[in-house]
Design a protein around this ligand. Structure first.
Ligand SMILES: [Zn+2]
Length: 194
């Protein structure tokens, strides 16, 4: 695992083994995780958090850019956190668990988010939530305006590499508009999901 400090109060955790999203911690009002990687990564992630002086119990919010299995992690580790995703993603999870998770390799979607209450995410004074359907119908990007950091999940990667839109819950026809919406944010740091 690699831990990078991207800015004051902002860290990136990268796993090199297996299918796992990047994980970010941004502590500007309350300690907030953006995506949690894969379930298999969670013990390594906890160790990483301790290395920078946080315990999982310190985390107050977890924001999911979308609910694919390689971003969900092991939410029960974060006992004091509230969990957020877009309303569309929450609805899709209820109606179409396999599509919403894009579960591979025998990952059991029901077990991953068991007992977790997902709340719909809204913008606040620190974070602007940008709805960016494409990779999934309910994908969001998160703009941390003071720091000019853009968290893009699987919507947009470095060097303008685009996310896949051929998955069960993708919305390929809306993707171009989503990218136009993102282009308005003049970021200093781009934080993609992979
Ligand atoms: Zn994804």
């Amino acid at each position: 695992m690699r831990i990078e400090k991207l800015a004051r109060g902002v860290w990136k955790f990268t796993d090199w083994a297996g299918l796992c999203s990047n994980v970010y911690l941004i502590d500007i009002d309350a300690p907030t995780m953006i995506d949690l990687g894969s379930k298999e990564f969670s013990r390594t992630l906890v160790r990483g958090l301790k290395e920078i002086g946080y315990s999982p119990a310190d985390i107050k919010k977890v924001i999911y850019t979308h609910l694919h299995f390689d971003h969900i992690g092991d939410p029960i580790v974060f006992k004091n956190a509230e969990f957020f995703a877009s309303q569309t993603e929450i609805n899709d999870l209820k109606e179409n668990k396999i599509g919403a998770f894009f579960a591979l390799f025998g990952t059991n979607p029901n077990a991953l988010l068991k007992g977790v209450e997902l709340k719909p995410i809204k913008s606040n004074s620190r974070f602007t939530i940008i709805e960016t359907p494409g990779h999934t119908r309910g994908s969001i990007c998160i703009w941390a305006k003071e720091k000019r950091i853009l968290f893009t999940g699987d919507t947009l990667f470095h060097n303008n590499i685009l996310g896949r839109t051929d998955l069960p819950n993708s919305a390929p026809r809306e993707y171009e508009d989503s990218l136009k919406r993102l282009a308005r944010f003049n970021y200093r740091i781009l934080c993609p999901g992979h």
